[in-house]
Design a protein around this ligand. Sequence first.
Ligand SMILES: Cc1cc2nc3c(=O)[nH]c(=O)nc-3n(C[C@H](O)[C@H](O)[C@H](O)COP(=O)(O)OP(=O)(O)OC[C@H]3O[C@@H](n4cnc5c(N)ncnc54)[C@H](O)[C@@H]3O)c2cc1C
Length: 396
Amino acid sequence: MSGKTFDVLVVGSGASGLAAAVSAERAGGRVAVAAKGSLQSCNSAKAQGGIQAAFGEDDSPEQHAEDVWRSSHETADMRLVEVLTTEAPGAIHWLEQLGVEFTRENGGYRLARCGGASQKRLLQVGDRTGHAITKGLREAWAAGSGTSFEHAPLRALEQREGGWRATCGEHVIDAGTVVLAAGGRCYAEAEARGELSTNHPGATGEVTRIALALGAEARDLDALQYHPNGGAWPANMQGYSIPETTRAYGAVLLNAENEEFTDSLGPRDAVSQAIFDEVEGGRGVQTPDGRPAVWLDTTRIPEADADISLPYMLRRYRAAGIDPLAEKIFTYPVLHYQNGGLVIDTKAETTLEAVYACGEIAGGTHGRNRMMGNSLLECVVFGRRAGRAASEKARS
Ligand SMILES: Cc1cc2nc3c(=O)[nH]c(=O)nc-3n(C[C@H](O)[C@H](O)[C@H](O)COP(=O)(O)OP(=O)(O)OC[C@H]3O[C@@H](n4cnc5c(N)ncnc54)[C@H](O)[C@@H]3O)c2cc1C
């Protein structure tokens, strides 16, 4: 075991952890990132659909906040939501400064409407938005002088005089403040339930358990989100999250009778429930290997939109022998996202002194039901806040 001392220790290297680390360093702190695997392995890099920010002509941060409130069934913490939606445009410009190039058209951003949204508000980088954002953040982190500990999972955290001592793999790390950015637990939860998940194998939730054991407060931890459109066939697409932008660009859900049975752009929980109900009611279809499913009629997506905003999804399906622009595809909900998490204030501090949390591990911003595109946004907005505040507190 080797001992090291920093101002700020960030646990996790997804979008939230990297945003926190870059911001903490830019605020003057000596910063370390500890990740369970390589810096690249995380859920953030898998995100395809996009990131929300109110740039549309008839849109506003207030309207964005109103949509979050409604989609959360009035359970979100509105102090956090106001921060999220107000700082969204600034977060996008910050990412652009880091080299992220959002898809543009007609002199502005190409915006899509996502489930539960009253306006077109979803910015995209093709359909590899998370990949582009994490790449930009990783390059910014690598350009600084922070220290990365890879393959160094957090195993223990204890309070010490003036800060915290963390055991991360073989390293013992002392830091004035700690930012927990270790994501959710849907991979482990799906495994325990014998279900499919969209998540990365690192999404197992032990960091939340460590914080809870130290007395941190949490909220809505029982509220797990199903992505309405998991791939159901062919077998190698099972658990793939078919981007919600398929529906934003015209795809609709159909039952065995080819009838639309729900608003395909409703809030995620409502759409998933409608699919479960349809199958339960005997109006679903079966995949060739006997799994329950309904149809996603992707043939309604204009080819030009698909070429610009869904190239990765098309490539994946076509490589598997199915052309989604020529035939409907099988879909069924899959376990996707931990809506709740550690309670934080507007500076992203948890109820534990000098311990911050951002990204999927934190709760409140989405209440019990997240809208698509708000998770990457939460990572950047609250990652930056957590990094700055953790750096300032450690150095005060
Ligand atoms: C397939 C898919 C598509 C998605 N699409 C979108 C989308 O289009 N728009 C959107 O807004 N959201 C989307 N999401 C959700 C969003 O991507 C994630 O919720 C978000 O990126 C989580 O970021 P994070 O930084 O909190 O966690 P992650 O990106 O999951 O990163 C967690 C990090 O913590 C590390 N870690 C875990 N445990 C430990 C430990 N014990 N010690 C040290 N490190 C640890 C992991 O290795 C990883 O580095 C999608 C998610 C998935 C899975």
